[in-house]
Design a protein around this ligand. Structure first.
Ligand SMILES: Cc1cc2nc3c(=O)[nH]c(=O)nc-3n(C[C@H](O)[C@H](O)[C@H](O)COP(=O)(O)OP(=O)(O)OC[C@H]3O[C@@H](n4cnc5c(N)ncnc54)[C@H](O)[C@@H]3O)c2cc1C
Length: 664
């Protein structure tokens, strides 16, 4: 596999590469059309930057506005190696933390570049007016996220994604107003069209009136986000899907490491069988929240049965298990480690809610700490405990107010007074379309950015680094690398949609829609989606093992068959029909799920979030096998679901010492 990693020292690769990429003159950029599928932080930043450069951009999203892309949900923050805290941060440290956090399963050159451009992102966003939190003196504030020992996370309360997306959206709007971006809201990409082996456009469906449309371009960029809704229950927006990436995969783009899926340790636990969504409580809360379960089974039982409250338990009766097991990183261990530890405690009988699948995230000591500090500042040393508590709560409100409010609204408990209950759930997919150093897939002219590509995060993404990667790709990397590809397209002329390739792709899309809408089944789409989610969580979730993965593959193949025989989609194809859109997306999940399990089965090691029970250290930690699995597993679609060919990209580490990961 040709990664196109440039030669030379790590720290000079990107600069040298940029110096050697072909440029396109402004007059020629006006002759080139680019399609961007997705308007999240990755797609939106790419679309606005490419339009600013002078390319003609067509931008697509399935929501009613670009600013509703799932990136809007991001809460905790975005990393950058600015070292504002003077705590020893640097480009190298961010690079090192990311590689180690990903358990040595990401590409060195890409990760270094990501760390290098991280600072530019903050400058760009500040210039756009993104209201990052500031310290009293006016400097941008930072906090910590898991798996690191510095504070490098920039944030806007618990709404960082929303504020960053508003910046992106305003940059896009400027170009929409100029006519340089043509915006297609409520349009879903249904297929990518290849002409002579190159990506030359897409087929889209207008979700409002069902019209199938053809769009041509000199290059296509997939920025359609992650595929975690494969699990049905997740922290993703309900509409997040794999379809754009999956259609690209079916057309020849390799899919890399599909089984690398992040389970986030701090979501609000499942409340009942009819739930369709899980809500994240940001990792930023682990800066000040302490995770614990009761030390004894009796206390855990008493709490579950409502005979005791968490506040009734004395300090010595609580097990702050992360602080106990991982003293160096404590509550800020990476997500994969924290998720496994929570599951282990709950499986051992220490869970604290009715289902036994929850642990506490407790802010009492932070309230006390902040309150005492404020009392000191206000010269109230001898004041009573209640005033200190109120001062502490006020500080917590300033830092995490919207998250606490969200929790209270959903759970009807006050987290300022009693610990939150949390449990791991699906949150982010590290796997995705394989891309080379230029962010191009294995299909010429087809690029993938943001969460949709297989990313820089290896087997586990560190917190606050998805926003960083999406914006790095869209603002600072793709706009350079795509020019190199497009420089050879200057003479190609306008791409036409009046070709046999477009004709065939359109027919195929119409056929599939027709099959779904006329099917005489009995079960709605969600019936199958829930079943798929149950299989995925049971066999492909936090822990995986050979027999379970084999079972998952068999059950998913059967479920897929049942879906096509028995699904019912109400309404018609030429109206706003959310059930129809969902059915098409689920059809793709039902193929991807099988590949996911196959990938997990073939990776006979544990690394990061991929935890095979057969491969663990005596202390229960993930045990890698670098010799046999130190590669990116990249899958080629061979014409039918169930048939894939594996290609391996060997990972080479020349600038980092590879070790078994430890956070103790
Ligand atoms: C609750 C939550 C909190 C998070 N908090 C953080 C955080 O604090 N820090 C951090 O770094 N990361 C965080 N993340 C992760 C991060 O938000 C995402 O990884 C990131 O925003 C993904 O951006 P994206 O641009 O790649 O995709 P998205 O924002 O998911 O955008 C996808 C776009 O693609 C479009 N699309 C998809 N399919 C199609 C199709 N077929 N046709 C047309 N359009 C399509 C959608 O309409 C949308 O515009 C969080 C995630 C969640 C769920």
């Amino acid at each position: 596999m040709d990664t196109k990693i440039p030669p030379g020292p790590l720290s000079e690769k990107w600069t040298n590469h940029k110096n050697n990429l072909n440029l396109i003159s402004p007059a020629n950029k006006r002759k080139l059309d680019v399609i961007v599928v997705g308007t999240g932080l990755a797609g939106g930043s790419a679309a606005s930057t490419l339009a600013e450069l002078g390319y003609n951009v067509k931008s697509f999203c399935f929501q009613d506005s670009p600013r509703r892309a799932h990136s809007v949900a991001a809460q905790g923050g975005i990393n950058a190696a600015k070292n504002y805290q003077g705590d020893g941060d640097s480009v190298y440290r961010l690079f090192y933390d990311t590689i180690k956090g990903g358990d040595y399963r990401s590409r060195e050159a890409n990760v270094y570049r990501l760390a290098e451009v991280s600072s530019n992102i903050i400058d760009q966003c500040v210039a756009q007016g993104v209201p990052f939190a500031r310290e009293y003196g006016g400097l941008l504030d930072n906090r910590s996220f898991g798996g690191v020992q510095v504070s490098r996370t920039f944030y806007a309360k618990g709404q960082t994604g929303q504020q960053l997306l508003l910046g992106v959206y305003s940059a896009m709007n400027r170009q929409i107003a100029r006519g340089q971006i043509q915006m297609f809201n409520r349009h879903e990409m249904m297929d990518v069209v290849l002409v002579n082996g190159k990506a030359r456009g897409i087929i889209s469906r207008n979700l409002v009136n069902g019209k199938i449309e053809r769009h041509a371009a000199h290059a296509v960029i997939i920025a359609s986000g992650g595929y975690g809704n494969l699990f049905y229950l997740s922290t993703y927006a309900m509409g997040s899907n794999a379809s754009a990436a999956w259609k690209a995969h079916r057309r020849g783009a390799f899919l890399a490491n599909p089984c690398f899926n992040q389970i986030h340790p701090t979501a609000i636990p499942v409340g009942g069988p009819n739930q369709s969504k899980l809500t994240l409580m940001s990792e930023s809360l682990r800066n000040d929240g302490r995770i614990w379960v009761p030390k004894t089974i009796e206390d855990a039982k008493a709490i579950r049965e409502g005979r005791k409250k968490p506040e009734d338990l004395r300090e010595e009766d609580r097990d702050y298990y992360l602080e106990r097991q991982y003293p160096a990183f404590g509550n800020l261990v990476p997500r994969d480690v924290a998720s496994r530890a929570a599951k282990e405690r709950c499986d051992a009988g220490f869970g604290v809610n009715i289902t036994g699948q929850a642990v506490f995230l407790d802010f009492a000591s932070a309230v006390q700490r902040f309150g005492s500090e404020q009392a000191h500042i206000k010269r109230l040393e001898n004041t009573d405990d209640e005033i200190i508590k109120d001062l502490g709560k006020e500080m917590m409100k300033q830092k995490y107010g919207n998250l606490f409010q969200m929790y209270q609204k959903i759970v009807d408990q006050n987290p300022y007074e009693t610990p939150m209950k949390i449990y791991p759930t699906t949150h982010y997919t590290m796997g995705g379309l394989w891309v080379d150093y230029n962010l191009m897939t294995t299909v010429p002219g087809l690029f993938a950015i943001g969460e949709a590509n297989f990313s820089d995060h290896g087997a586990n993404r560190l917190g606050a680094s998805a926003l960083m990667q999406g914006l790095a790709d869209g603002y600072f990397i793709l706009p350079y690398t795509i020019g190199d590809y497009l420089s050879a397209e200057i003479g190609a002329g306008k791409v036409t949609t009046a070709s046999i390739e477009f004709e065939k792709a359109e027919m195929k899309v119409k056929d599939t829609i027709d099959t779904l809408i006329t099917n005489k089944g009995v079960h709605p789409v969600d019936y199958f989606h829930k079943k798929l989610g149950t299989i995925m969580w049971k066999y492909c979730g936090i822990n995986r093992y050979k027999k379970g993965l084999e079972t998952a593959m068999e059950e998913i193949a059967l479920l897929r068959k049942e879906f096509w025989e028995n699904v019912i989609v109400p309404g018609t194809a030429d109206e706003f029909n959310e059930e129809l859109a969902k059915a098409g997306r689920l059809a793709d999940f039902l193929e991807l799920g099988e590949l996911y399990a196959k990938d997990a089965l073939s990776r006979e090691e544990s690394c990061g979030a991929h935890y095979r029970e057969e491969h663990r250290t005596s202390e229960g930690e993930a045990m890698r096998d670098d010799e046999n699995f130190g590669h990116v597993a990249s899958w080629e679609y061979m014409g039918a679901p169930g048939e894939w060919k594996l290609h391996k990209e060997k990972l080479v580490y020349e600038n980092i010492i590879v070790q078994q990961r430890s956070y103790k």
